[in-house]
Design a protein around this ligand. Structure first.
Ligand code: SIN
Ligand code: FE2
Length: 215
């Protein structure tokens, strides 16, 4: 472990004055191979695509989904759709290894009853970023958000309930999991532009799985 990792190795419930963001370093590492295989299987049925924001901008992050519905954006807005608009078919089911890890992470963060029904999969090439936003297209804000990171390291930006709140910068590495919910369920968050590199198993990209209870 490097010094940086040790510095962040503190109680999950209160990370540097940001109560409600649980940082679970390396929790996904034992699931590395099944998770990567599951993502490949999902992407074979529901390919990654660059969606367009309601304002007409092509997102730098490529996305797909699994679960009972998928998060989509186009000129008409942000929403969940039961069918993949690209294929016209239902999204692939949530892989058991993803569900198992998400439940474990949520329980460690103090949300023992978390049963996600959707999972957004984000693929970041070098330079891709996600600007600060709130996850607010879900019906049930009492459930937390579980976010699993694989591949290249990124800087996660975790802000407050106002867009203007200065975000806390948390470096996320391959296998790290973060969970937020309760009072911070609607916190603004994002990802800084991805530095270039090549991860030993994932390659030249970052993959992120975001699990939520949406329906
Ligand atoms: C998201 O907010 O949907 C993605 C967060 C991440 O990639 O870490
Ligand atoms: Fe988000």
């Amino acid at each position: 472990m490097t010094l940086t990792r040790d510095l962040f190795d503190e109680p999950a419930a209160d990370l540097a004055g940001r109560p409600g963001l649980a940082y679970l370093p390396g929790l996904a590492l034992p699931f590395e191979q099944p998770l990567l295989a599951a993502i490949a299987e999902v992407a074979a049925a529901a390919p990654f695509r660059h969606m367009v924001t309601p304002g007409g901008q092509r997102m730098s992050v490529a996305m797909t989904n699994c679960g009972q519905a998928g998060w989509v954006t186009d000129r008409k807005g942000y929403r969940y759709e039961a069918l993949d608009p690209e294929t016209g078919r239902p999204w692939p089911a949530l892989p058991p290894c993803v569900l198992q890890l998400a439940a474990r992470a949520a329980a460690e963060a103090g949300f023992p009853a978390f049963r996600p029904d959707v999972c957004l999969i984000n693929r970041y090439p070098p330079g891709a970023r996600m600007s600060l936003h709130q996850d607010r297209d879900e019906r049930d804000f009492s459930a937390p958000i579980v976010s699993i990171s694989l591949g290249l390291g990124a800087t996660f930006l975790f802000g407050g309930l106002k867009r203007s709140d200065r975000p806390y910068r948390l470096p996320l590495a391959h296998g790290d999991v973060v969970v937020w919910g309760g009072a911070t369920r609607l916190a603004f968050h994002g990802v800084a532009p991805l530095p270039d590199g090549c991860h030993r198993t994932v390659g030249r990209m970052r993959l992120n799985l975001t699990l939520r209870r949406a329906l």
